[in-house]
Write a protein that binds this ligand. Structure first.
Ligand code: SPV
Ligand code: MG
Length: 558
């Protein structure tokens, strides 16, 4: 239902319609939450809120902007005080288009001349338009509106201007004949006599609106004894009470020399947040705000190739640059990462780093490559590691879906682990050579030919190449995701271990610099850090030997 329809319905109902003056979204919202029927977008309140006289100093656009703010803040109808329409009939046509388009339910237009002065202003200029001129404006307004529901109410200022009852009634008749939807009769007397006299003589078939600002004793109870009065406007009490309250608050702050006492008397900021629609904003953020997380990918590729079967193939090229069916391992992985929106890719290189000539990656050199291993290489990139980190070993190829799923992990450290190694002859033979990084996770893989991978929390309890045959239930494939906190934890653990390390084995490594990632992860697990896992069943391959290379080349078609 449009707000204009809502307003018309209120006029068709039995209850006296009570609307209250406001000047912005916040005050309109307060009027709505207090349970009134609508908002009066008062020219006095709006101009006072700009600290200028209510005398057409502000422009139509200013009043329109204020009315839009109010209308958007509430779900009840807004009736706008449009003064005399901001000019002649031509201005009125434009004004109606603008206010109706903005969703305003109705307007009250007064029969004064432009520029007007506020009706209550002592000694103010109260110049009336001729009846003919104002009839023309009413016709212009009614003709300009698009929907049948938009209400145009004429405001008679004859009593304000001291022209008397007869003139007021003459105008009422002319305006009703011109097609207005209601009459507002205004008075600045300190009693309602003028108004009640006018109403007693009023026999036209439109509702009457009153504004008892100067005759406040004319309460709703009394108003209700005049059934022709269908709407009462409390025009300026919101801004006046705001000024009262603001003055009191300011005085107290000044007198008390601080905000200690006053803070307890005014609304808490939480209530203000609520009025501003902050809860709704939070709900919307949950639904629609997808944070663009910065994800860095790191490929530690500084290792010196010791595998004799690969040497003839590689010569002095790093393993990451091994050509598999026309594209290097690294090229394939970089393309895959980029297709997932990961643009910050760092490769830690060792010997012959000049051979790593791939566009769009950053090379970090591990100059100590001969005497170090993966953990040391990762830490070569330490200052680049802030935000999420995707770690991709240099000698593996994998399905895109694995990374897609891994990136969704909300854990701090997630290792991709494969439970299929126990059934693979190739993996078993590598196991015997201690070439697999084994994992003991809390839960065993789910056995079966066709299964849906379980989505469960399966923390890593142990990780290493030398875990007992029976104990290990997975293999770590060389893909890991660290959250921002996860990477901070890793850095912290690294620093701690480095300071406490003194010669000899570091977990399974011969010394601290020769540590693999799993060496520090094992230490972290022992210290109580959680290392989570993402279980997979195949979908990846590593290239450690010539046999691996042949197998992968056969598998990869493009
Ligand atoms: C207003 O609130 O701006 C009005 C009512 O027009 S009065 O101030 O009484 O003129
Ligand atoms: Mg006004």
């Amino acid at each position: 239902m449009s707000k204009a329809e809502m307003l018309r319905k209120l006029f068709m109902g039995k209850n006296l319609i009570r609307i209250v003056g406001a000047h912005n979204g916040l005050t309109a919202k307060l009027v709505e939450s207090a349970g009134f029927d609508g908002i009066w977008a008062s020219s006095l309140e709006v101009s006072a809120s700009h600290a200028v006289p209510d005398a057409n100093i502000l422009t139509m656009q200013d009043y329109l902007d204020a009315a839009i703010d109010m209308n958007e803040a509430v779900s009840i109808p807004v009736v706008v005080d449009v003064d005399q329409g901001y000019g002649n009939s031509t201005n009125v046509i434009h004004m109606v288009k603008k206010f109706e388009t903005a969703g305003i339910a109705g307007i009250i237009m007064e029969d004064k001349l432009f520029p007007k002065q506020n009706s209550l202003l002592a000694g103010g200029r109260q110049e009336l338009a001729t009846i003919g001129e104002f009839v023309g404006k009413i016709m212009a307004a009614k003709n300009a509106q698009e929907s049948k529901d938009f209400m145009v109410i004429a405001r008679i200022e004859a009593l304000i201007a001291g022209w008397g009852q007869e003139e007021a009634m003459k105008r009422a008749k002319a305006y009703v004949n011109a097609g207005v939807d209601g009459i507002m009769i205004h008075s600045k007397k300190n009693n309602p006599d003028e108004i009640t006299e006018f109403i007693k003589n009023f026999d036209l078939n439109v509702p009457i609106v009153v504004v008892p600002s100067t005759y406040p004793s004319f309460t709703e109870e009394k108003i209700k004894s005049f059934p022709k009065i269908r709407m009462v406007i409390y025009a300026n009490h919101v801004i006046r009470s705001a000024v009262t309250s603001i003055k009191e608050t300011l005085k107290e702050i000044k007198d008390a020399g601080g905000i200690d006492t006053v803070s307890r008397k005014i609304i808490p900021v939480e209530e203000l947040f609520e009025l501003q629609g902050t809860s709704e904003m939070k709900e919307n953020e949950k639904k629609f705000l997808f944070k663009q997380e910065k994800i860095t990918a790191l490929v530690p590729a500084a290792g010196v190739i010791k595998e004799p079967s690969l040497k003839p193939l590689l010569q002095d090229t790093p393993l990451v640059m091994l050509d598999v069916n026309g594209k290097s391992i690294l090229q394939r992985n970089v393309e895959l990462l980029k297709s997932l929106g990961i643009k910050d890719i760092f490769v830690v290189s060792g010997p012959n780093s000049d051979k790593i000539n791939i566009e769009g990656i950053n090379i970090i050199q591990n100059k100590n490559f001969e005497n170090s291993h993966i953990l040391y290489s990762i830490m070569c990139a330490e200052e680049k590691l802030n935000g999420k980190l995707l770690l991709v070993y240099s000698d593996i190829l994998f399905e895109k879906e694995i990374i897609e799923k891994l990136l969704k992990s909300e854990e701090d450290i997630t290792l991709v682990i494969d439970g299929s190694f126990k059934n693979s002859k190739i993996r078993q033979s590598k196991k015997e050579e201690h070439d697999l990084v084994l994992v003991k996770a809390k839960h065993d893989p789910v056995e079966g030919e066709r299964i849906i991978r379980p989505k469960r929390d399966n923390p890593v309890l142990k990780i290493g190449k030398k875990i007992g045959v029976e104990e290990a239930n997975y293999e770590y494939i060389g893909l890991a995701l660290f959250s921002e906190k996860g990477i901070e934890d890793l850095k912290k653990a690294y620093e701690e271990e480095k300071t406490t390390y003194s010669e000899g084995l570091f977990n399974e490594a011969v010394n601290f610099d020769m540590a693999n990632l799993h060496d520090i992860l094992m230490r972290m697990i022992q210290k109580g850090y959680k290392v989570s896992s993402m279980e997979i069943d195949k979908g990846w391959s590593e290239i450690h030997t010539f046999e691996d290379y042949k197998r992968v080349s056969r598998m990869i078609a493009d």
